[in-house]
Design a protein around this ligand. Structure first.
Ligand code: NAD
Length: 461
């Protein structure tokens, strides 16, 4: 496994080679409590600085990211295996967002005034206090930043626990933010699930979490004891519906790219493809031709299109799902077996004739698998199959009839839907996990407001 948590250390292994990158001590229970106490002590002065000054300080994050861009990208590749070019793009993308996001937070949290005859009410947005930021490994730069920036700008202080799979990337992010703010406004703790659980149970006011549905449920259970505020961004099982009259080349490109990108380890990856029966053979051929090009290899190597999976457990989970699908009647079109040699690689895999009752149709795979099923071509069946999941993160539909595409999109129970394109809202829209893909959301005006509570102050006029 890439990373293990014994009682007191995490071993950070390179998933491309299995070599030990670092062994880091996990925060003890006392250290977690101390981290929270320090963040709590620092919070009133941080809040008192006011929004404008806080945002001025936080804007320095962009400079810190730019200065350490190459180091961050290299760390991400070494720690979780993603392509170095993708890691660079992730750093650049989030660097360029810092300024606009801070402007957006200021706009979202600005005091609003409401008037009636004889009364004036101000609606002010108050920080919760201390936020626990707990993040995953698959976008090791972006996921922490989408919580840290808005949470801090709103006047909260933060205790940040990065994923145990990417502790060094997390530490570099923490250092960049810490260089911009007063002491203890951001406190870092290292550790795996046990440390995360202790942090949630500690004297914090809110949890900003990105990770799996299973962990999200545990956090909600623990946080319920003191009704701590939550934003949970969780996993997905996104469908792609392809009608026979759609641009099949574009739909196949969407299916392959978004099933295999980041070795399939993307929350809003395409995990289920439903193709209208009459186009199934042609579509499968197009998918297989495109997927053949997705060579796996070390993230630093030119020509690699996918790195390894993050850990031995993650690969074992993918192997189990694919093997079970095949023994339950799915047809292996390509891939499907682990290569020899070091590293937790798994090839681009295409399955066809995947049935509705199979495990791979319902559990998040988080691996490089294009899973093809068919439907009878009716809107009713397309919608029923797409919604046949407790998840609701993203969904995609391709149709030559744009009105039909829009009708199906309207009925898909997902926070983000793409019509004849891969999902993804314009800047300013929140990142929404509907149903069991989330609770609360991040980004956009509505997301930023979740790091505050609204308070109305009224007076006679
Ligand atoms: P995970 O749930 O295993 O871990 C996420 C974080 O939670 C880690 O820091 C981990 O140490 C911590 N943790 C584990 N158990 C905990 C507990 N009991 N209490 C508190 N913290 C705990 O998820 P992962 O494997 O790191 O990430 C992959 C998952 O994240 C996938 O399900 C993916 O879909 C999801 N994800 C969602 C989004 C989104 O925006 N919706 C984005 C990226 C990843």
């Amino acid at each position: 496994m890439t990373t293990t948590q014994s009682t007191n250390t995490i071993q950070n292994l390179n998933p491309s080679t299995g070599e030990l990158l670092a062994e880091l001590p996990c925060a003890t229970s006392e250290e977690v409590r101390d981290a929270v106490a320090r963040a709590r002590a620092a919070q009133p002065a941080w809040e008192a600085l006011g929004m404008e000054e806080r945002c001025r300080m936080l804007s320095g994050i962009a400079d810190g990211l730019a200065e350490r861009a190459d180091e961050l990208a290299r760390l991400a590749t070494q720690e979780m295996g993603k392509l170095y070019e993708d890691a660079k793009r992730e750093v650049q993308g989030f660097t360029s967002m810092v300024k606009t996001e801070l402007e957006e937070v200021q706009e979202a949290l600005a005091t609003q005034t409401f008037k009636t005859k004889g009364n004036e009410t101000q609606l002010v947005r108050m920080p919760h206090g201390v936020v626990a930021a707990i993040t995953p490994w698959n976008f090791p730069v972006g996921m922490p930043l989408q919580i840290l920036g808005p949470a801090l700008a709103a006047g909260n202080t933060v205790v940040f626990k990065p994923s145990e799979h990417v502790p060094l990337t997390g530490q570099a992010i923490a250092e960049i933010v810490q260089a911009c703010v007063p002491e203890d406004v951001l406190v870092l703790v290292h550790g795996a699930g046990e440390t995360g659980a202790e942090l949630v149970a500690a004297d914090i006011d809110m949890v900003g979490f990105v990770g799996s549905r299973e962990t999200g449920k545990r956090i909600m259970e623990s946080a319920s004891k003191e009704l701590k505020r939550l934003v949970l961004e969780l996993g997905g099982k996104d469908p792609l519906v392809v009608f026979a009259d759609s641009d099949l080349d574009a739909a196949a490109e969407c299916a392959v790219r978004h099933s295999l990108r980041n070795t399939g380890q993307v929350c809003c990856a395409v995990e289920r493809v439903y193709v209208e029966e009459s186009a199934a053979t042609e579509f499968e051929e197009k998918v297989a031709a495109l997927a053949a090009d997705w060579r796996h290899g070390d993230g630093f190597e030119e020509g690699s299109k996918m790195g390894p999976l993050v850990s031995e457990e993650q690969r074992a989970k993918v192997v189990t799902q694919v093997d079970a699908a095949i023994s339950d009647g799915a047809r292996l079109v390509m891939g499907g077996s682990c290569p020899d040699g070091p590293g937790w690689y798994y090839p681009a895999t295409v399955l066809a004739d995947v049935a509705a009752d199979q495990r791979i149709t319902h559990e998040e795979t988080f691996g490089p698998v294009v899973s093809l099923s068919t439907f009878d071509g009716s809107e009713e069946e397309a919608v029923r199959l797409a919604n046949d999941t407790p998840y609701g993160l993203g969904a995609n539909v391709y149709s030559g009839d744009t009105e039909r595409g829009a009708r199906v999109a309207a009925r898909m129970q997902a926070g983000q839907v793409g019509i004849n394109q891969y999902l993804g809202g314009a800047p300013g829209t929140p990142w929404v996990g509907a149903r069991q893909s989330g609770f609360g959301f991040l980004g956009g005006m509505e997301g930023h407001r979740q790091f505050t509570w609204p308070k109305s102050i009224s007076k006679s006029v």
